[in-house]
Design a protein around this ligand. Structure first.
Ligand code: NDP
Ligand code: MG
Length: 397
């Protein structure tokens, strides 16, 4: 048992904070050697002062004075987009936790793989956009891609039951002929039972109130539209190498069952815990081992009920849009992801209605001529094209 040395990209966000908690909770197994954020110099400095990593990185170079002023020691400081790539390749690091919201984590993630680091991936965007490339490069380098998104981490844990039998050398577990379906659970978000006639009048404040998870604003809105689950379907497809048609979604309002794997004999394995991202982060860091922590155990007397329901596909078109993007593949998932990001930002700014989020995504997807087997450049071009397309679509409405 050794301490894993981890760089956290997106340290000041919701996942980043949870990662710091995990490191504090299991100090004998996790050491933070680098922390990176976008522009929140004050918070990054406070985190660094507490944890004392060897290096920190701020993408927004204009905040350097603020960062230096608030640091109480002298870590190596990386700056800008190149800085994020450089800290992801830090010599001291064995693992990089990618928890950057949006697409900014893609190049650093690929650089970390190239440098031989294992990746713990929270940023689903990078797998949605470039899952094929990320998995291929990781396979080529022999590095592990460990899922942190709670659903994928759950599936990873369920598949782990097969690992020892099928791959004795603690290889990363992957589905085999014995797996029939991957079943992603979704809380259903705050509008699970809201009649669709009321969708037009949904406010930002209502959409930001997630019933079970406490997360950053972008993913919270995605949970309300179900785009989050749509992105996760594509994420699962790439992470586990399973066709889209074998990735399904079930609504589970309690968010206690984090996802399930159905095997060919009809048996289903599930992973359960409280809805706290510290669980999947810890598993990614200590895998293939499990270690004790101070997280609260599940009290089944208090849980009492676990409910499941079929999603309202007609009322929440995000799921079918994502299935279409995942089935078609190529650059279409990147287009879905980018146009959704623009539409969510416009919704958060009070510029568009809630249903306009998926109408915008569909409109941009319909106009896209997808490129099959895209290179990284083709993916990034499609991403830019979709951002512009979504902005134009929003202006003309
Ligand atoms: P937050 O909005 O809370 O935090 C985002 C983090 O990313 C911040 O540290 C922010 O820095 C940083 N950041 C933003 N843009 C850039 C950039 N261009 N370059 C470098 N850093 C950047 O997001 P979450 O923590 O909620 O989510 C992070 C990722 O994890 C997302 O991809 C999300 O989908 C995924 N995820 C999150 C879950 C959750 O429970 N929150 C669950 C499963 C997945 P700054 O503070 O300086 O702006
Ligand atoms: Mg999730």
């Amino acid at each position: 048992m050794r301490r894993k040395r981890v760089v956290v990209l997106g340290a000041t966000g919701s996942i980043g904070e949870s990662a710091l908690k995990v490191a504090h909770d299991i100090p004998e197994r996790m050491e933070i050697v680098g922390l990176a954020a976008n522009s929140n110099a004050k918070k990054l400095a406070a985190q660094a002062n507490a944890v004392r990593p060897k290096a920190v990185c701020l993408v927004d170079e204009s905040k350097i004075a603020e960062l230096r002023g608030a640091l109480e020691y002298e870590p190596r400081i990386f700056l800008g987009e190149q800085g994020l790539i450089d800290i992801a390749c830090l010599d001291e690091a064995e693992m990089v936790l990618v928890a950057v919201v949006g697409t900014g984590g893609l190049r650093p993630a690929l650089a970390a793989i190239e440098a031989g680091k294992d990746l713990a991936v929270a940023s689903k965007e990078i797998l949605v956009m470039a899952g094929e490339i990320v998995m291929r490069e990781a396979g080529g380098k022999g590095v592990q891609i460990l899922p942190v998104d709670s659903e994928h981490n759950a599936i990873f844990q369920c598949l782990d039951s097969q690992r020892e039998r099928l791959t004795p050398n603690a290889q990363r577990p992957t589905p085999n002929a014995e797996v029939r379906r991957l079943i992603l659970t979704a809380s259903g978000g705050p509008f699970r039972n809201t009649p669709n006639e009321q969708f037009e009048s949904i406010t930002v404040e209502q959409a930001l109130k997630h019933p079970t998870w406490n997360m950053g604003p972008k993913i919270t809105i995605d949970s309300a539209t179900l785009f989050n689950k749509g992105l996760e379907m594509i994420e699962a497809h790439w992470l586990f190498g399973v066709e889209m048609k074998r990735v399904e979604v079930v609504i589970h309002p309690q968010s206690i069952v984090h996802s399930m794997v159905e095997f060919t004999d009809g048996s289903v394995l599930a992973q359960l815990s409280h809805s706290d991202m510290c669980f999947p982060i810890q598993y990614a860091v200590t895998w293939p081992e499990r270690v004790p922590n101070s997280l609260p155990p599940l009290d089944f007397g208090k849980v009492r009920q676990l409910e499941f329901a079929t999603p309202r596909y007609e009322d929440f078109p995000a799921l079918n849009l994502a299935r279409r993007a995942g089935d078609e593949g190529g650059t279409l998932p990147a287009v879905l992801n980018a146009s959704n990001e623009i539409a969510v930002a416009a919704f958060l700014a009070g510029e568009i209605s809630f249903p306009q989020i998926w109408r915008t995504v569909e409109e941009v997807m319909n106009r896209h001529g997808s490129v099959a087997k895209p290179t990284l450049d083709a993916i990034l071009r499609a991403d830019q094209w979709a951002r512009q397309g979504a902005a134009n679509a929003l202006q003309t409405h």
